[in-house]
Write a protein that binds this ligand. Structure first.
Ligand code: APR
Length: 233
């Protein structure tokens, strides 16, 4: 299977990767659906990552994201991030909100669900501020309009950033090889990119520790071991 996948990638003209939380798991970033640990064990992540959760308790939600920010700041890119960053000929589309691909040197990453290293005004005035992940800022009002500032990430029930989505959808529709890395492919519209690639007759390669989420060439095992083998030239 690995040889078939490598052969397909060698012939690829428009290869694209599409990744989820499993890509960063070996860097110590818990996947979204793993039981929350420690202080957060009592909270439902789906409630925290939602406009309703933020409206109910903005300080709690910002505190949870700031904990995740510090976790990302102290994490290191793993061998999969580094292998992907080494392939500047491949566009990387990710559902992840961490910056580990960029820290590994990737310079063209499409973040479908936003990024932890930015805050935006919750009132929609458009004000944004970069965030130092190691020293995130507490809950604070937007300096322009007074609404609370919030993480610039996509919450359940929210629209994806339009530009990023349109680009990702076009990349999937034009891909000839679509490498799906570390995602349960349960959250739409992002997961729909796989079907879009398949409709365009792309060869779909899936890297996952669990076999079977996405029909295609199945490479079962940790991304940190498989992705470097797969992407080595
Ligand atoms: N290597 C490869 N795959 C892995 C690894 C690993 N080391 N560890 C876990 N996985 C796989 C799991 O088998 C699972 O299929 O990664 C996937 C993680 O799935 P989820 O936790 O559902 O994360 P994800 O698919 O990214 O979720 C999609 O939904 O949670 C929301 O907005 C959030 O972007 C996220 C989206």
């Amino acid at each position: 299977m690995l040889d078939a996948a490598k052969a397909a990638l060698r012939k690829a003209v428009r290869p694209v990767t599409f990744s989820g939380a499993g890509l960063s798991a070996e860097s110590g970033i818990p996947t979204f659906r793993e039981a929350q640990t420690g202080l957060w064990a009592m909270y439902d992540p789906m409630a925290l990552a939602s406009p309703e959760g933020f409206a109910t308790d903005p300080e709690l939600v910002v505190g949870w994201y700031n904990e995740r920010r510090r976790n990302v700041a102290s994490a290191q890119p793993n061998a999969a991030h580094c292998a992907m960053a080494g392939r500047q000929d491949i566009v990387h589309v990710t559902q992840n909100v961490d910056n580990l691909l960029e820290r590994a040197g990737a310079n063209d990453v499409v973040h479908l669900h936003g990024s932890l290293d930015r805050d935006k005004c919750s009132g929609g005035c458009g004000h944004r501020e970069d965030i130092d992940l190691a020293n995130p800022l507490p809950l604070r009002p937007c300096p322009l309009c007074g609404h609370w500032m919030r993480p610039d990430v996509v919450w359940f029930g929210e629209q994806l950033p339009r530009v990023g989505w349109l680009r990702a959808d076009q990349l999937a529709a034009e891909a000839d090889v679509f490498v799906v890395i570390g995602t349960s492919a349960q959250v739409y519209p992002a997961a729909g990119l796989i079907a879009t690639a398949r409709r365009a007759d792309a060869i779909v390669i899936e890297v996952n520790i669990e076999p079977g989420a996405t029909p295609g060439i199945q490479l079962t095992g940790p991304a940190g071991r498989i992705v470097p083998e797969l992407l080595s030239l």
